[in-house]
Design a protein around this ligand. Sequence first.
Ligand code: FAD
Ligand code: SF4
Length: 459
Amino acid sequence: MKIDRVKMPVQEPNIRNCNFNEVALGLDLQLAKIEASRCLDCKNPRCVKECPVNIDIPAFIKSIKEENIEEAYFTIYKSNILPSICGRVCPQEKQCEGACILGIKSEPVSIGALERFVGDYAITNNLKIEECIIENNIKVAIVGSGPAGIACAVSLRRLGYTVDIYEALHEFGGVLQYGIPEFRLPKSIVSTEINKAKTMGVNFFKNIIIGKSITINQLLNEYNYKSIFLGNGAGLPKSLGLKGENLTGIYFANEFLTRVNLMKANQFPEAPTPVRIGQNVAIVGGGNVAMDAARTAKRLGAKNVFVLYRRDMNALPARLEEVHHAIEEEIDFRLLLNPVEFIGENYQVKQVKCEIMELGEKDASGRRRPMPTNKFKTFDIDSCVISIGQSPNPIIKKATPNLEVDNRGRVIVNDYQTSIPGVFAGGDVVTGAATVILAMGAGKDAAIQMDKYIQTNKD
Ligand code: FAD
Ligand code: SF4
């Protein structure tokens, strides 16, 4: 008998767009077992090949079917210590679920929802895995506590290294903490998942900017780290380079989201940091970050939140699910519009002028190129959030002239090895803005290369 893919219960759109609580509510045991029963337990599972950290997906799903959730958790934990995070934010439709055999004729198994179910079960039931770590007393340093840094740290710790993570901010987790909003990824989940690395003995140091507080050379020569992993992400926002972009009321998405996620601006004045957005908010960009910014602005109380995007709906780079959620939450999409100027009064933004675009031939991305028409439209706004991409912050490069980077500031690596012997890199700082699980995969693989390097260069 054919069983339909189980639907994840969610908060109603008109209720959730007024609060910061999680939108997707998760599966209970009964729903998880029904969904798990759809898996064919393939001999040659295509889903596993597409998982960047190679979780044994059919094995953990089988354990759910058998109601052995602890076993399911142990299976996932071997490859991924952050299942509650990945189950929530991974673009599964492009990875494991995109490859699932069931997807050919009907809908793929809801692998992400099942992973989340298992991860959350482990948190609720305080499941702990004692790992036997044989210390080798060799020190390694990790720069950045995002998913790349955490995955690298955990892999090296398992090999017995003394692992120190240096983080510039006052909270750990990178984009998981300061970028992805609470309503998609609760911060209590991020902290609980990251605490697993602490329990394993990974040391975390906050408020230390590598390249300013301590240099890479100092880490190698004065602090005696045998190898370093750069997992410092891509946190530098791209600007539009337009007249009026410095007016008050114009934010970069990173700053806007950080104010809300990390500084709790939504709780102002109970929290000290405000974020003033007014009633009419324009969001520039069409990716996941733009969707997060738009949905956050709505929850902060803005009446009209509209996304300005220079192509059409089909070309939006954001995940389909995020776009659907945004539409349900009454985010307005104003398409084929390219901002050309911000107009202000007394230093405060008042309007955004946009050129109307039309679609031309396909470009290198395979999407139809937006073409200017020399016709314009102007919108009244109280604020604007620019979300057109990020690149790596140049602080480390400036302090480390022999670190090779490309023309977009991304660290150049060969098998995760940078131009400096013993210094490795992975995640967004190498690829540019990508995904959580790709960053974790890079951190894990880089750890293997770092171990090889240290073992070959032992005194
Ligand atoms: P980061 O997560 O950026 O972590 C880097 C860390 O290094 C940060 O904590 C930073 O403070 C620290 N750091 C930087 N410089 C220094 C320094 N000099 N010294 C010390 N520490 C330093 N991906 C998904 O898969 N699904 C999603 O739904 C999703 N949504 C996103 C939403 C937003 C708003 C954003 C911005 C990104 C989103 N992404 C998503 C992308 C994903 O979060 C990133 O690809 C991933 O976090 C990259 O991991 P990372 O460890 O390389 O870098
Ligand atoms: Fe199960 Fe789909 Fe993976 Fe096959 S491909 S093992 S059906 S999840």
